[in-house]
Write a protein that binds this ligand. Sequence first.
Ligand SMILES: NC(=O)c1ccc[n+]([C@@H]2O[C@H](COP(=O)([O-])OP(=O)(O)OC[C@H]3O[C@@H](n4cnc5c(N)ncnc54)[C@H](O)[C@@H]3O)[C@@H](O)[C@H]2O)c1
Ligand SMILES: O=C(O)C[C@H](O)C(=O)O
Length: 328
Amino acid sequence: MFKVTVCGAAGGIGQPLSLLLKLNTDITHLALYDIVNAPGVAADLSHINTPAKVTAHLKDAELPNALADADLVIIPAGVPRKPGMTRDDLFKINAGIIRGLAQAAAVNCPKAFMLIISNPVNSTVPIVAEVFKAHGVYDPRRIFGVTTLDVVRASRFVADIKSSVDPISTRVPIVGGHSGPTIVPLLSQIQPPVELTTEEIKALTQRIQYGGDEVVKAKDGAGSATLSMAQAGARFAQAVISASVRGTTGIVEPSFVALTADPKNGPAVQGQVDGLAHFAVPVELGKNGVEKIHPIGPLSDYEKELLSVAVKDLKSNIQKGVDFVANL
Ligand SMILES: NC(=O)c1ccc[n+]([C@@H]2O[C@H](COP(=O)([O-])OP(=O)(O)OC[C@H]3O[C@@H](n4cnc5c(N)ncnc54)[C@H](O)[C@@H]3O)[C@@H](O)[C@H]2O)c1
Ligand SMILES: O=C(O)C[C@H](O)C(=O)O
Protein backbone atom coordinates (compact mmCIF):
# COMPACT_ATOMS: atom_id res chain seq x y z
CA MET A 1 0.00 0.00 0.00
CA PHE A 2 1.45 3.37 -0.93
CA LYS A 3 -0.63 6.56 -0.89
CA VAL A 4 0.51 9.66 -2.75
CA THR A 5 -1.19 13.05 -2.33
CA VAL A 6 -0.76 15.78 -4.92
CA CYS A 7 -1.49 19.29 -3.58
CA GLY A 8 -2.24 21.60 -6.50
CA ALA A 9 -3.35 18.65 -8.63
CA ALA A 10 -5.50 20.68 -11.04
CA GLY A 11 -2.71 23.04 -12.07
CA GLY A 12 -0.35 23.23 -15.01
CA ILE A 13 2.12 20.89 -13.31
CA GLY A 14 -0.43 19.09 -11.15
CA GLN A 15 -2.40 17.56 -14.02
CA PRO A 16 0.42 15.99 -16.09
CA LEU A 17 2.23 15.04 -12.86
CA SER A 18 -0.89 13.26 -11.59
CA LEU A 19 -1.17 11.48 -14.96
CA LEU A 20 2.41 10.22 -14.69
CA LEU A 21 1.83 9.16 -11.07
CA LYS A 22 -1.33 7.28 -12.10
CA LEU A 23 0.89 5.24 -14.43
CA ASN A 24 3.18 4.32 -11.53
CA THR A 25 2.17 0.81 -10.45
CA ASP A 26 3.84 1.13 -7.02
CA ILE A 27 1.15 3.66 -6.05
CA THR A 28 -2.07 2.16 -4.70
CA HIS A 29 -3.91 5.39 -3.84
CA LEU A 30 -3.56 8.74 -5.58
CA ALA A 31 -5.30 11.56 -3.69
CA LEU A 32 -5.76 14.74 -5.71
CA TYR A 33 -6.19 17.97 -3.76
CA ASP A 34 -6.77 21.48 -5.13
CA ILE A 35 -8.87 24.52 -4.37
CA VAL A 36 -10.43 24.17 -7.86
CA ASN A 37 -11.27 21.40 -10.36
CA ALA A 38 -9.90 18.42 -8.39
CA PRO A 39 -13.04 16.28 -9.02
CA GLY A 40 -12.75 16.67 -12.80
CA VAL A 41 -9.08 15.73 -12.90
CA ALA A 42 -9.67 12.78 -10.57
CA ALA A 43 -12.69 11.46 -12.53
CA ASP A 44 -10.71 11.64 -15.75
CA LEU A 45 -7.59 9.89 -14.39
CA SER A 46 -9.64 7.28 -12.53
CA HIS A 47 -10.60 5.68 -15.88
CA ILE A 48 -6.99 4.71 -16.64
CA ASN A 49 -6.55 0.97 -16.08
CA THR A 50 -3.67 1.02 -13.60
CA PRO A 51 -3.89 -0.13 -9.95
CA ALA A 52 -4.03 3.23 -8.15
CA LYS A 53 -7.40 4.24 -6.72
CA VAL A 54 -7.92 7.97 -7.42
CA THR A 55 -9.77 10.22 -4.98
CA ALA A 56 -10.72 13.89 -5.34
CA HIS A 57 -10.40 16.45 -2.54
CA LEU A 58 -11.68 19.95 -3.11
CA LYS A 59 -10.94 22.96 -0.90
CA ASP A 60 -9.83 23.31 2.72
CA ALA A 61 -12.43 21.05 4.31
CA GLU A 62 -11.14 18.10 2.26
CA LEU A 63 -7.44 18.69 2.96
CA PRO A 64 -7.19 16.46 6.07
CA ASN A 65 -8.79 13.56 4.17
CA ALA A 66 -6.49 14.10 1.22
CA LEU A 67 -3.43 13.93 3.47
CA ALA A 68 -4.52 11.29 6.00
CA ASP A 69 -2.01 8.43 6.03
CA ALA A 70 -0.22 9.66 2.91
CA ASP A 71 3.17 8.05 2.39
CA LEU A 72 4.33 10.76 0.01
CA VAL A 73 3.02 14.29 -0.57
CA ILE A 74 4.06 16.22 -3.63
CA ILE A 75 3.32 19.95 -3.77
CA PRO A 76 3.09 21.97 -6.97
CA ALA A 77 0.48 24.35 -5.47
CA GLY A 78 0.81 28.09 -5.91
CA VAL A 79 1.40 30.72 -8.54
CA PRO A 80 3.95 30.50 -11.36
CA ARG A 81 6.13 33.34 -12.76
CA LYS A 82 5.27 35.75 -15.53
CA PRO A 83 7.96 37.41 -17.70
CA GLY A 84 10.02 39.92 -15.70
CA MET A 85 9.47 38.16 -12.37
CA THR A 86 12.03 36.28 -10.28
CA ARG A 87 11.10 33.17 -8.35
CA ASP A 88 11.56 35.21 -5.18
CA ASP A 89 8.71 37.48 -6.34
CA LEU A 90 6.40 34.48 -5.82
CA PHE A 91 7.21 34.33 -2.10
CA LYS A 92 4.46 36.78 -1.14
CA ILE A 93 1.70 34.42 -2.32
CA ASN A 94 3.30 30.98 -2.22
CA ALA A 95 4.84 31.15 1.26
CA GLY A 96 1.40 31.28 2.89
CA ILE A 97 0.07 28.47 0.67
CA ILE A 98 3.01 26.21 1.52
CA ARG A 99 2.83 27.01 5.22
CA GLY A 100 -0.87 26.05 5.29
CA LEU A 101 -0.28 22.79 3.43
CA ALA A 102 2.71 21.94 5.64
CA GLN A 103 0.67 22.58 8.80
CA ALA A 104 -2.00 20.17 7.59
CA ALA A 105 0.62 17.57 6.58
CA ALA A 106 2.38 17.82 9.97
CA VAL A 107 -0.92 16.92 11.62
CA ASN A 108 -2.32 14.35 9.17
CA CYS A 109 0.74 12.58 7.73
CA PRO A 110 3.78 13.54 9.81
CA LYS A 111 5.85 10.64 8.48
CA ALA A 112 5.18 11.26 4.79
CA PHE A 113 7.96 12.10 2.37
CA MET A 114 7.38 15.78 1.49
CA LEU A 115 8.38 16.75 -2.07
CA ILE A 116 8.22 20.50 -2.62
CA ILE A 117 7.98 21.87 -6.15
CA SER A 118 6.40 25.30 -5.44
CA ASN A 119 8.71 28.29 -5.84
CA PRO A 120 10.78 29.83 -4.49
CA VAL A 121 12.08 26.35 -3.54
CA ASN A 122 15.04 27.91 -1.68
CA SER A 123 12.51 29.40 0.78
CA THR A 124 9.51 27.04 0.60
CA VAL A 125 11.54 24.02 1.74
CA PRO A 126 12.78 25.83 4.90
CA ILE A 127 9.14 26.84 5.53
CA VAL A 128 8.04 23.18 5.52
CA ALA A 129 11.00 22.23 7.74
CA GLU A 130 10.17 24.97 10.28
CA VAL A 131 6.48 24.02 10.37
CA PHE A 132 7.37 20.37 11.00
CA LYS A 133 9.80 21.45 13.75
CA ALA A 134 7.06 23.55 15.36
CA HIS A 135 4.80 20.48 15.41
CA GLY A 136 7.56 18.28 16.87
CA VAL A 137 7.51 15.92 13.87
CA TYR A 138 10.58 17.06 11.93
CA ASP A 139 12.68 14.41 10.19
CA PRO A 140 15.18 16.10 7.85
CA ARG A 141 15.53 12.87 5.86
CA ARG A 142 11.94 13.18 4.60
CA ILE A 143 11.69 16.76 3.30
CA PHE A 144 12.90 17.42 -0.25
CA GLY A 145 13.03 20.42 -2.55
CA VAL A 146 12.54 19.08 -6.08
CA THR A 147 15.49 20.31 -8.18
CA THR A 148 15.35 17.44 -10.68
CA LEU A 149 14.31 19.75 -13.53
CA ASP A 150 17.71 21.45 -13.36
CA VAL A 151 19.57 18.19 -14.02
CA VAL A 152 17.02 17.06 -16.61
CA ARG A 153 17.59 20.32 -18.50
CA ALA A 154 21.33 20.21 -18.03
CA SER A 155 21.72 16.79 -19.66
CA ARG A 156 19.53 17.92 -22.55
CA PHE A 157 21.44 21.20 -23.00
CA VAL A 158 24.81 19.40 -23.04
CA ALA A 159 23.43 17.03 -25.68
CA ASP A 160 22.26 20.06 -27.69
CA ILE A 161 25.87 21.12 -28.24
CA LYS A 162 27.56 17.67 -28.25
CA SER A 163 25.83 15.28 -30.59
CA SER A 164 27.68 12.25 -29.17
CA VAL A 165 26.16 12.83 -25.71
CA ASP A 166 23.21 10.64 -24.69
CA PRO A 167 20.76 12.96 -22.89
CA ILE A 168 19.18 10.07 -21.01
CA SER A 169 22.22 8.49 -19.38
CA THR A 170 24.43 11.60 -19.05
CA ARG A 171 24.43 12.98 -15.51
CA VAL A 172 25.31 16.61 -14.78
CA PRO A 173 25.69 17.22 -11.04
CA ILE A 174 24.09 20.49 -9.90
CA VAL A 175 24.45 21.88 -6.40
CA GLY A 176 23.22 24.98 -4.55
CA GLY A 177 19.58 25.89 -4.91
CA HIS A 178 16.84 26.44 -7.50
CA SER A 179 17.00 30.01 -8.80
CA GLY A 180 19.37 31.74 -11.24
CA PRO A 181 22.75 32.23 -9.53
CA THR A 182 22.03 29.65 -6.82
CA ILE A 183 21.96 26.91 -9.49
CA VAL A 184 25.59 25.76 -9.69
CA PRO A 185 26.21 23.22 -12.48
CA LEU A 186 29.37 21.16 -11.94
CA LEU A 187 30.27 20.68 -15.59
CA SER A 188 33.74 19.46 -14.61
CA GLN A 189 32.04 16.38 -13.11
CA ILE A 190 29.69 15.30 -15.95
CA GLN A 191 29.36 11.52 -16.11
CA PRO A 192 30.46 10.12 -18.47
CA PRO A 193 32.98 12.98 -18.83
CA VAL A 194 32.47 15.51 -21.66
CA GLU A 195 35.23 17.77 -23.02
CA LEU A 196 34.06 21.40 -23.02
CA THR A 197 35.86 24.64 -23.91
CA THR A 198 35.82 27.59 -21.49
CA GLU A 199 33.30 29.35 -23.76
CA GLU A 200 31.07 26.28 -23.85
CA ILE A 201 31.22 25.99 -20.04
CA LYS A 202 30.20 29.62 -19.58
CA ALA A 203 27.38 29.42 -22.13
CA LEU A 204 26.06 26.13 -20.75
CA THR A 205 26.21 27.39 -17.16
CA GLN A 206 24.21 30.48 -18.10
CA ARG A 207 21.64 28.40 -19.99
CA ILE A 208 21.21 25.91 -17.11
CA GLN A 209 20.92 28.70 -14.52
CA TYR A 210 18.29 30.52 -16.57
CA GLY A 211 16.56 27.56 -18.27
CA GLY A 212 13.33 28.37 -16.46
CA ASP A 213 13.34 31.87 -17.97
CA GLU A 214 13.41 30.39 -21.51
CA VAL A 215 10.07 28.70 -20.83
CA VAL A 216 8.57 31.70 -19.01
CA LYS A 217 9.47 33.92 -21.99
CA ALA A 218 8.15 31.47 -24.57
CA LYS A 219 4.85 31.03 -22.67
CA ASP A 220 4.56 34.82 -22.71
CA GLY A 221 2.45 35.33 -19.60
CA ALA A 222 0.80 31.89 -19.54
CA GLY A 223 3.07 30.50 -16.79
CA SER A 224 6.30 28.55 -16.51
CA ALA A 225 7.52 25.01 -17.13
CA THR A 226 4.76 22.47 -16.51
CA LEU A 227 5.29 19.43 -18.75
CA SER A 228 9.05 19.07 -18.23
CA MET A 229 8.46 19.74 -14.53
CA ALA A 230 5.82 17.02 -14.38
CA GLN A 231 8.29 14.55 -15.88
CA ALA A 232 11.03 15.68 -13.50
CA GLY A 233 8.69 15.50 -10.49
CA ALA A 234 7.46 12.02 -11.42
CA ARG A 235 11.09 10.89 -11.86
CA PHE A 236 12.01 12.14 -8.41
CA ALA A 237 8.88 10.64 -6.81
CA GLN A 238 9.67 7.33 -8.50
CA ALA A 239 13.21 7.45 -7.09
CA VAL A 240 11.94 8.02 -3.53
CA ILE A 241 9.29 5.32 -3.93
CA SER A 242 11.71 2.75 -5.41
CA ALA A 243 14.17 3.27 -2.56
CA SER A 244 11.52 3.12 0.16
CA VAL A 245 8.98 0.58 -1.14
CA ARG A 246 11.18 -1.69 -3.22
CA GLY A 247 14.33 -1.20 -1.16
CA THR A 248 16.31 -0.45 -4.33
CA THR A 249 19.78 0.71 -3.32
CA GLY A 250 22.20 3.10 -5.00
CA ILE A 251 19.59 5.55 -6.32
CA VAL A 252 21.16 9.03 -6.39
CA GLU A 253 19.15 12.12 -7.31
CA PRO A 254 19.79 15.80 -6.63
CA SER A 255 17.59 17.50 -4.08
CA PHE A 256 17.49 20.64 -1.92
CA VAL A 257 17.69 19.09 1.55
CA ALA A 258 18.71 19.91 5.10
CA LEU A 259 22.37 19.03 5.51
CA THR A 260 21.50 17.57 8.93
CA ALA A 261 19.67 14.79 7.03
CA ASP A 262 22.98 12.93 6.92
CA PRO A 263 24.89 13.63 10.15
CA LYS A 264 27.95 11.80 8.80
CA ASN A 265 28.42 13.57 5.47
CA GLY A 266 26.23 16.70 5.74
CA PRO A 267 28.73 18.56 7.94
CA ALA A 268 31.48 18.04 5.34
CA VAL A 269 29.35 19.80 2.72
CA GLN A 270 28.40 22.43 5.29
CA GLY A 271 32.12 23.16 5.73
CA GLN A 272 32.29 24.04 2.03
CA VAL A 273 29.18 26.23 2.01
CA ASP A 274 29.60 28.38 5.05
CA GLY A 275 27.06 26.89 7.40
CA LEU A 276 23.97 26.82 5.15
CA ALA A 277 21.17 24.74 6.65
CA HIS A 278 19.76 23.65 3.27
CA PHE A 279 21.60 22.92 0.05
CA ALA A 280 20.96 21.07 -3.22
CA VAL A 281 23.26 18.06 -3.40
CA PRO A 282 23.31 14.60 -4.95
CA VAL A 283 21.39 12.53 -2.42
CA GLU A 284 21.39 8.76 -2.11
CA LEU A 285 17.90 7.56 -1.23
CA GLY A 286 16.93 4.79 1.14
CA LYS A 287 13.97 3.38 3.07
CA ASN A 288 13.64 6.53 5.19
CA GLY A 289 14.43 9.12 2.55
CA VAL A 290 17.89 10.67 2.59
CA GLU A 291 20.35 7.83 3.21
CA LYS A 292 23.54 9.63 2.27
CA ILE A 293 24.56 13.08 1.12
CA HIS A 294 27.24 12.79 -1.51
CA PRO A 295 30.29 15.09 -1.37
CA ILE A 296 30.39 18.08 -3.70
CA GLY A 297 33.71 16.83 -5.05
CA PRO A 298 36.63 18.83 -6.45
CA LEU A 299 35.52 22.09 -8.09
CA SER A 300 37.15 24.08 -10.90
CA ASP A 301 38.07 27.70 -10.08
CA TYR A 302 35.06 28.84 -12.10
CA GLU A 303 32.72 26.55 -10.11
CA LYS A 304 34.22 27.83 -6.84
CA GLU A 305 33.34 31.40 -7.92
CA LEU A 306 29.80 30.36 -8.83
CA LEU A 307 29.43 28.62 -5.48
CA SER A 308 30.47 31.66 -3.46
CA VAL A 309 27.85 33.79 -5.27
CA ALA A 310 25.20 31.10 -4.70
CA VAL A 311 25.91 30.84 -0.98
CA LYS A 312 25.17 34.54 -0.40
CA ASP A 313 21.76 34.36 -2.11
CA LEU A 314 20.90 31.05 -0.49
CA LYS A 315 21.58 32.37 2.96
CA SER A 316 19.00 35.12 2.60
CA ASN A 317 16.48 32.91 0.75
CA ILE A 318 16.64 30.29 3.54
CA GLN A 319 16.43 32.88 6.31
CA LYS A 320 13.37 34.43 4.64
CA GLY A 321 11.57 31.07 4.88
CA VAL A 322 12.64 30.52 8.48
CA ASP A 323 11.53 34.04 9.51
CA PHE A 324 8.17 33.60 7.79
CA VAL A 325 7.29 30.72 10.10
CA ALA A 326 8.91 32.26 13.19
CA ASN A 327 6.98 35.54 12.82
CA LEU A 328 3.54 33.96 12.74
N1 LIG B 1 10.76 23.22 -8.62
C1 LIG B 1 10.73 23.46 -9.92
O1 LIG B 1 11.67 23.09 -10.65
C2 LIG B 1 9.54 24.11 -10.55
C3 LIG B 1 9.34 24.02 -11.94
C4 LIG B 1 8.22 24.63 -12.49
C5 LIG B 1 7.31 25.32 -11.69
N2 LIG B 1 7.52 25.39 -10.35
C6 LIG B 1 6.57 26.07 -9.46
O2 LIG B 1 5.42 25.24 -9.27
C7 LIG B 1 4.30 26.06 -8.89
C8 LIG B 1 3.06 25.68 -9.68
O3 LIG B 1 3.24 25.95 -11.04
P1 LIG B 1 2.05 25.67 -12.10
O4 LIG B 1 2.56 26.06 -13.43
O5 LIG B 1 1.50 24.30 -11.92
O6 LIG B 1 0.96 26.72 -11.61
P2 LIG B 1 -0.64 26.72 -11.88
O7 LIG B 1 -1.15 28.05 -11.53
O8 LIG B 1 -0.90 26.18 -13.24
O9 LIG B 1 -1.17 25.63 -10.85
C9 LIG B 1 -1.11 25.82 -9.48
C10 LIG B 1 -2.27 25.09 -8.85
O10 LIG B 1 -2.19 25.30 -7.44
C11 LIG B 1 -3.51 25.43 -6.96
N3 LIG B 1 -3.52 26.06 -5.66
C12 LIG B 1 -3.41 27.37 -5.31
N4 LIG B 1 -3.49 27.53 -3.98
C13 LIG B 1 -3.64 26.29 -3.46
C14 LIG B 1 -3.79 25.78 -2.15
N5 LIG B 1 -3.80 26.58 -1.08
N6 LIG B 1 -3.91 24.45 -2.00
C15 LIG B 1 -3.90 23.62 -3.06
N7 LIG B 1 -3.77 24.03 -4.33
C16 LIG B 1 -3.65 25.35 -4.52
C17 LIG B 1 -4.22 26.24 -8.03
O11 LIG B 1 -5.62 26.13 -7.92
C18 LIG B 1 -3.65 25.59 -9.30
O12 LIG B 1 -4.46 24.52 -9.72
C19 LIG B 1 4.77 27.51 -9.10
O13 LIG B 1 5.14 28.06 -7.87
C20 LIG B 1 6.00 27.36 -9.98
O14 LIG B 1 6.90 28.43 -9.85
C21 LIG B 1 8.62 24.80 -9.77
O1 LIG C 1 11.24 29.20 -13.94
C1 LIG C 1 10.31 29.05 -13.16
O2 LIG C 1 9.77 29.99 -12.56
C2 LIG C 1 9.74 27.69 -12.94
C3 LIG C 1 10.76 26.67 -12.53
O3 LIG C 1 11.42 27.01 -11.36
C4 LIG C 1 11.71 26.30 -13.63
O4 LIG C 1 12.92 26.18 -13.36
O5 LIG C 1 11.27 26.10 -14.77
